[in-house]
Design a protein. Structure first.
Length: 365
């Protein structure tokens, strides 16, 4: 490959400069940094998928405190694990976390796999996570390639091949492997990710403090703001979820979401989903609302403002309506829970955001 051939002259320079920066200037602190326990490294990497470090920090500490080893995690009730995960989003990660913990605990007698290939075969682990665990825990020479790495390499070498193309992914992976310090893979991998996070940032990079500024192609050619190149644009589906918080005899109705849907295994209130925005009048005229109210008067206690959550492939919008009914509502797929039970159930972020800001009036006093 032309880029790789061109890169040969700068390979030693790049790796040496990066490791020197890491040794003398990198002050980025994280609780899992320098960790050698593959369980804790795996835990941190799964938590940090699609999550900012600042948000994942507290979750990591809580998980390690609650489940200090993989056997403890594997033996825990699933609802307890999901409750601890609550608020992080992308709940498939938690589902895979539980499945992998059980697999290692039972099939591997609690011993974490120590080869890249075995690690990669675990549920919920892709090439980046496998490389991170292999290099950090076992010092195996596998380069990580994440958003930070794409950005640093595309800018330094001036690569405009789209990072979301097959050609781009193969090119950057080969380049990352060629640059990797084979004797210090864990240190190198952490260094390049830290460098991308604190110096070569997506917005407002600290070019004046960059040790590569004399040879950075993007800086020298005025392309810092346009690299890396990403061509793909996601078409985001719009969904409207209207949650009815139905109270009867001091209890609230909830259900666990089923498989093959967002928020699988998490709980929700009575749901009215529509393909467009509904007014309160339209919600009250829906078949679901009329069935709940029946011939008895339903008293609406609270109507929320619109809540919104942006997921990778879809945008969730909707409202919460609290109401009480005089007779038991015909909600066969739902169960009535007390306040104490409700507090123990894991809910998706869309619902916890509402609960954090609003009192459930049926439980008031």
């Amino acid at each position: 490959m032309y880029i790789l051939d061109k890169m040969d002259t700068g390979k030693k320079y790049f790796t040496k400069q990066l490791l020197q920066w890491n040794k003398t200037q990198n002050k980025r602190a994280m609780p899992w940094k320098g960790e050698k326990d593959p369980y804790k490294i795996w835990l941190s990497e799964i938590i940090l998928q699609q999550t900012r470090v600042e948000q994942g920090w507290a979750y990591y500490n809580r998980f390690v405190s609650t489940f200090p080893n993989i056997k403890k995690l594997a033996a825990a009730p699933e609802e307890k694990v999901f409750k601890l995960w609550e608020g992080l989003g992308y709940y498939t990660r938690c589902k895979n976390l539980i499945a992998t913990a059980k697999f290692i605990s039972i099939e591997k007698q609690g011993k974490f796999p120590d080869s890249y290939e075995e690690i990669l075969s675990l549920k919920g682990i892709g090439p980046y996570t496998a490389a991170a665990i292999a290099s950090f825990a076992f010092n195996l020479p596998h380069a990580v390639v994440d958003g930070n790495v794409f950005r640093v390499l595309s800018r330094f070498f001036g690569i405009d091949t789209p990072i979301d193309s097959s050609t781009g992914k193969n090119l950057f992976t080969a380049l990352a492997e060629a640059l990797l310090d084979k004797k210090l893979p864990g240190i190198y991998n952490q260094a390049i990710m830290d460098f991308g996070a604190v110096i070569c940032k997506p917005q407002n990079p600290l070019c004046s403090a960059c040790p590569f500024k004399a040879r950075c192609t993007a800086l020298l050619e005025g392309k810092v703001d346009v690299l890396p190149v990403k061509t793909g644009k996601l078409t985001k589906k719009q969904r409207w979820l209207y949650y009815l918080i139905v109270a009867f005899n001091g209890k609230i109705y909830v259900r666990k979401r089923g498989p093959k849907e967002i928020w699988e295994n998490l709980y929700e209130f009575v749901l009215l989903e529509t393909n467009q925005s509904f007014s309160l009048s339209e919600i009250k005229n829906s078949k679901l609302f009329r069935n709940i109210a029946g011939k008895n008067k339903a008293t609406i206690l609270h109507v929320s403002e619109m809540y919104k959550q942006q997921l990778t492939h879809q945008t969730i919008k909707g409202n919460f309506i609290q109401l009480t009914v005089n007779n038991e509502p015909p909600l066969k797929d739902y169960k009535a829970v007390t306040y104490k039970q409700l507090k123990k159930l894991p809910f998706p972020k869309f619902i916890t955001a509402y609960l954090a800001e609003n009192e459930v009036k049926a439980f008031a006093g």
